[in-house]
Design a protein around this ligand. Structure first.
Ligand code: ATP
Ligand code: MG
Length: 496
């Protein structure tokens, strides 16, 4: 028999009604108030025709209202499709068609991004609707799909990742068993709710009875102020966000009340980790993905210094192994595909049995990422298999070269990708954004790399750019880097 738990927000509002559920710049809401608002929205959504089992897209920027809509849709037993606000109309329409979503709930100012033939209900239209009678889901069944998020589709068409209530539950529990729960915790949500990093904060909040602080858009200065004022105790970031926060922080330090900077979403450059260590920032590297409903591997507190650079060990409910191309288990330090298992791992992709079968074999999920495990079982993530550069038969990991470039004092951001080369098949090519007020030539950066990297890893070309392509969660889009190569480039090295 499948596990079912009482409706999460209703249970929370019953158990700890007075506790603050969510803050933003304007106001605070208790769990009782959050429930009241969600229930009202659910009755309005019922009036708009939302029914149990419908897939309803939410196209909103982070806000308290967005949290209420997600809960409201779950009250009605609807499945929430979270759409990335940076997508084009074409991409959005594709997802809606693929998922057969019944309608889209959109922020007023985003509504016109949706195509003509899509049923869009804006937030203000909904709030004007009368409330209809609605039957709320009293229980959440662990096998039921709660949310869907599309992958960006690097290898073919985007795929809708199914996240069940059980996935979210176990993700929250696994995180708590590692990071602990403190009475005064307040988690800063500056990452979007349409990504699992953001949505999982909302899930932890309702499951733990923990406050969260919603930031409408990431702002490094404001985030630092909130931490320094002791208003938040934990935060989820990707490295580009943390980099900005450290620059803004200057000589200031975070108070003891701040206990966790959860850093994931991509490779964590060692210089960044070292800068955090020097400032006493409690960084927890983590590895996870949409398909694992957030973290699956996180560095436990006591190893944050001795295993610097590692993403850690699996969370308590999860398992991990490294598989070589021939299907054999890798030995310590031997790179291979990261394969994971656990109750937080997706049951598959929406209506894509082929892709599901390819990704999940014998109950293990093949992540498409490459990494290795040290002799103590700590995971080191190297890179995505699809970003791997094979140069003259050697494996070159873009993340390693980026980390070296980032350790140069003049470099603010770096991205590396492979370009075709007659002799070597492929060679690494770097794109660098310099810090304002600093200068460096391509030759100087190459020299810097030569002192730190094997010859075949030295970028053959280095281009200076104003901006690197990043997605809505600030992740580097390596596949788009090549588009930054100037068309008049003669293949030589450009300098600043
Ligand atoms: P898509 O699958 O559509 O290409 P995505 O994989 O970037 O998108 P997410 O699920 O948000 O979308 O990101 C998970 C990926 O991020 C992981 O598979 C891995 O490649 C990368 N990643 C996450 N954590 C780390 C980490 N600690 N170190 C290195 N890479 C990481
Ligand atoms: Mg992915």
């Amino acid at each position: 028999m499948q596990t079912s738990l009482p409706n999460w927000l209703m249970q929370r509002a019953f158990l700890t009604p007075e506790r603050i559920a969510v803050y933003d710049e304007q106001a605070a809401k208790t769990f009782a108030e959050l429930h009241e608002s969600a229930a009202k929205k659910a009755r309005q959504l019922a009036n708009a025709g939302v029914r149990k089992g419908d897939i309803i897209a939410v196209f909103m920027k982070n806000s308290v209202a967005m949290i209420e809509f997600i809960h409201a849709l779950h009250y009605l037993g609807a499945i929430v499709l979270l759409q990335n606000t940076r997508l084009t109309s074409y991409e959005l329409a594709w997802q809606l068609k693929d998922s057969e979503a019944a309608c889209v709930i959109a922020d007023d100012e985003l509504a016109d991004r949706m195509g003509e033939d899509v049923r869009v209900i804006t937030v203000s239209e909904l709030s004007a609707l009368p409330e209809a009678d609605a039957e709320f889901q009293q229980y959440y069944h662990f096998d039921d799909v709660a949310t869907i998020m599309y992958t960006s589709g690097t290898t073919g068409k985007p795929k809708g990742v199914l996240q069940t209530y059980g996935n979210h539950w176990w993700s929250a529990i696994g995180s708590a068993l590692n990071l602990g729960l403190h009475e005064n915790d307040c988690w800063l949500a500056a990452v979007p709710f349409f990504h699992i990093s953001g949505l999982s904060i909302m899930m932890r909040s309702v499951i733990y009875g923990m406050s969260m602080y919603v930031m409408h858009a990431f702002d490094a200065k404001k985030a630092n102020e909130l931490i320094i004022a002791g208003k938040v105790t934990m935060m989820s970031v990707v490295s580009a966000m943390l980099q900005k926060m450290i620059s803004d922080l200057g000589e200031r330090r975070y108070p003891e009340t701040f206990r966790c900077m959860l850093l994931g979403g991509g490779p964590a450059p060692t210089p960044l980790l070292e800068a955090c260590k020097a400032k006493g920032i409690p960084v927890y590297q983590t590895y996870g993905m949409t398909e694992t409903s957030s973290q699956i591997v996180t560095l436990a507190p006591e190893y944050s210094l001795t295993k610097l650079g590692s993403a850690g060990k699996p969370l308590f409910p999860a398992q991990l192994r490294i598989e070589k191309e021939d299907g054999q288990a890798a030995r310590p330090y031997e790179p291979g595909e990261i394969v994971v298992k656990g109750p937080n791992v997706t049951k598959g992709y929406l209506r894509r049995p082929d892709a599901t079968e390819e990704a999940i074999r014998d109950g293990w999920f093949y992540t498409g990422d490459i990494g290795y495990i040290d002799e103590d079982g700590f995971l080191y993530v190297l890179d995505r298999r699809s970003d791997l550069i094979i140069s003259g038969g050697e494996n070159v990991y873009p993340a390693e070269i980026e980390a070296v470039l980032l350790s140069h004092e003049a470099v603010e951001e770096a991205g590396v990708t492979g370009i075709d080369d007659e002799t070597w098949g492929q060679v690494p090519c770097a794109f660098v954004k310099l810090k304002s007020g600093y200068s460096a030539t391509a030759e100087q950066l190459k020299q810097f790399c030569q002192e730190r990297l094997a010859k075949y890893k030295i970028p053959k070309q280095i281009y200076f750019v104003e901006q690197l392509p990043r997605n809505a969660s600030q992740k580097l889009l390596r596949r788009q880097l090549k588009q930054l190569i100037p068309t008049n480039s003669l293949g030589g090295t450009s300098s600043s």
